[in-house]
Structures are given as structure tokens and as C-alpha cells.
Design a protein around this ligand. Structure first.
Ligand SMILES: Nc1nc2c(ncn2[C@@H]2O[C@H](COP(=O)(O)OP(=O)(O)O)[C@@H](O)[C@H]2O)c(=O)[nH]1
Ligand SMILES: [Mg+2]
Length: 321
């Protein structure tokens, strides 16, 4: 008898969850049929993003937050989109030992992701992984990313609440905050508050937020929480802020609005990549792509009119290829 993996995911089987995620990663055609069945069961969990520079303590905070969620009786899915994360193997021994506590908990599912090489882009791939975890019944999904590139910022848009982790002594914070990362943060955690400079950093961020016209207009002012992840200090405050932000968004309707916008983007993106896939397949037949490139290079054709020609051909293609 063949196994119905979607059914197994819905029952919460970690092996089925792992299998379906692997299909997604490998662009295996079995993933699509599975996702169709899982989709109606997604969207019931709350998604929290944890971002910040490498070494800021994102994994440590994720770990501690998970323990807190677990003691509140909630199940947790962790998606680590961070090449430097202990979850992805770049760990010192102590971290590995600590993480393995979570690995033994059936109420926790941890998955690390490669950060490059997904056909539909990193955020789409992460979005799918989150959906599989949601369908498996996890109450909270935590996504850890390194807040550096545009890809990672896009990943954070999957989150209902985004926490930006800053640490004292990591150079010009205000400068790095201008890079678009600031706009996505709903909560600031000043981690490593046991180190010198934490209070000053706190004051700098408070100042920056009060001056920024973007935040003046917003109904939600991001709270700034001081934490020491390694000592479990400030974690319950961080958790309370996440809850407050969630309540705020539910009350104002902005959660629904955020999810509506995300669904719009996701759907458009899916259509975009599917069209791209069909057109690429169409072009690769009979070595047509190579011929086109040669024609363009020798100035017999130009890419603009070729593009129009190809698109109109593909729109007329019978069914999907
Ligand atoms: N002093 C201090 N060290 C911390 C704190 N949080 C994390 N660390 C340490 O900082 C290092 C990087 O932490 P990690 O969670 O892997 O950071 P990530 O790269 O952002 O995921 C590890 O050695 C942690 O033990 C903290 O609050 N205070
Ligand atoms: Mg990490």
C-alpha cells in the first residue's frame, strides 16, 4: 500500500513532514499534489521571525523561546534559514548539546534550509516549509534568518511578528538599521545585555524610533526588550511582546490585512515561476534557446521582439506543458 504523505503530515508525523519538505527542496513533482491537500490546513499557527546579524544570539533566543512556548503547552516548528546557525550544523559543541534537547521533544520540529538554489526563490521555499509545519499542527512557527540581504528580508515577510536582534558592540547599528531591516521589525531585542554598551544601544534605538517618520505614522511602536539569551533573562518579556503584537494585529485587523497581502504576493509569485518554467521548457525544445541566443549575438534578432513573440506563443500553448 502506498503511503498518503499528506494524510500523514495532517496526523503530525515528523517523518512525513521531513519527506514532503525534501520533495519541496528537490522540486519533486510529488510535492505539488501534496501541498494542494495540505493548503486548507495551513494558516492556523502564528509565525514569528527572528532576524539579526550572525552571532547576535538568534539561535540561542529561538531555543529559549521554544522552551517557553513548550511550557505554555504550545507545539513549535523551527525553520532555520541561516547558514551560520547551530541548527544548520555550524555549531560549537555546547550549542549542539543544547539544541539536541529540543530535537528529542516530539512537540518540536526543526528544519534547516539551504539559503540558495531554490527555483522559486528563498522566500517561496521557506513559505512552503512553514505551510507543511502548519498543516502538521504546530502552534507556533519560528523562522530564523540572517538579516543581511534582500532575500532574507523577503523571508521575514512570511512572519506575523518579526523580532530584530541587536547586540552591543557590533559597529554602527543605526547605519545597519537604515538598510530596510528596520521597517520590518515589530519588536527589538537587545541581546547580550550582560555586555557593556547595552543601555546605550537601547537609548540609541529608542531615539532612532522616535525620530523616524515611518514609525510616527504607525499604530504600533516596536517595544525594545533587553535579553540575555544564555541566562534566560528577558525571554518571558520577549514572549509577552510577541503576544501583545499579535493581539494588537488581531484587534486592528492588520493581521488579516497582512495575510491577505502575503497570499496575493505568494499567488502571483507561484504563477510567475510556473509561467517561467513552462516558457523555459518550451524554449529548450529543439535547441531553440541556443539558436535564439546566436541570432541575438549576430544582430539578426533582438531580445525585445523575440520576448514578445515567445510570450504570445506560450499563451496560446494548449494546456500546460
Ligand atoms: N554573553 C552573551 N552571549 C550570548 C548571549 N546570547 C548568545 N550568546 C552567545 O553568542 C554566540 C552566538 O549565539 P547564536 O545563538 O549562535 O547566534 P546567531 O548566529 O545569531 O544564531 C554563542 O556563543 C552564544 O552562546 C547573551 O545574551 N550574552
Ligand atoms: Mg543562528
Amino acid at each position: 500500500m502506498t503511503i498518503d504523505y499528506a494524510e500523514e503530515v495532517l496526523k503530525g508525523s515528523p517523518r512525513a513532514v521531513a519527506r514532503v519538505i525534501t520533495w519541496l527542496e528537490n522540486d519533486d513533482e510529488r510535492a505539488k499534489a501534496c501541498m494542494e491537500k495540505l493548503y486548507p490546513h495551513t494558516g492556523n499557527s502564528y509565525v514569528v521571525g527572528i532576524t539579526g546579524a550572525p552571532g547576535a544570539g538568534k539561535s540561542s533566543l529561538t531555543d529559549k523561546l521554544t522552551h517557553h512556548f513548550r511550557s505554555n503547552g504550545l507545539t513549535v516548528g523551527i525553520v532555520a534559514v541561516d547558514p551560520t546557525s547551530p541548527f544548520t550544523g555550524g555549531a560549537i559543541l555546547g550549542d549542539r548539546v543544547r539544541m539536541s534537547e529540543l530535537t528529542n521533544d516530539p512537540g518540536v520540529f526543526i528544519r534547516s534550509m539551504a539559503t540558495r538554489g531554490f527555483l522559486g526563490g528563498l522566500s517561496q521555499a521557506t513559505g512552503n516549509v512553514v505551510k507543511v509545519m502548519q498543516a502538521s499542527g504546530k502552534d507556533i512557527i519560528l523562522i530564523e534568518t540572517v538579516g543581511v540581504g534582500q532575500d532574507e528580508v523577503e523571508v521575514m515577510r512570511i512572519a506575523d511578528t518579526t523580532c530584530l536582534i541587536l547586540v552591543p558592540g557590533l559597529g554602527d547599528v543605526i547605519q545597519s538599521m537604515k538598510a530596510g531591516v528596520m521597517e520590518i521589525a515589530d519588536i527589538y531585542a537587545i541581546n547580550k545585555s550582560d555586555l557593556p554598551g547595552a543601555h546605550q544601544l537601547c537609548a540609541e534605538v529608542t531615539n532612532r524610533l522616535s525620530q523616524d517618520s515611518y514609525f510616527k505614522k504607525k499604530a504600533w511602536t516596536p517595544p525594545i526588550i533587553q535579553t540575555v539569551a544564555t541566562e534566560d533573562i528577558g525571554i518571558s518579556e520577549l514572549l509577552d511582546s510577541i503576544t501583545s503584537h499579535r493581539n494588537h494585529q488581531v484587534e486592528t485587523g492588520s493581521l488579516l490585512e497582512k495575510r491577505r497581502e502575503r497570499t496575493r504576493q505568494e499567488t502571483l509569485q507561484m504563477i510567475h515561476y510556473e509561467l517561467f518554467r513552462i516558457i523555459k521548457k518550451h524554449l529548450s525544445e529543439n535547441g531553440r534557446m541556443d539558436k535564439m541566443i546566436e541570432a541575438i549575438l549576430s544582430n539578426k534578432e533582438n531580445p525585445y521582439s523575440l520576448m514578445e513573440q515567445i510570450v504570445s506563443e506560450c499563451i496560446r500553448l494548449p494546456g500546460k506543458s
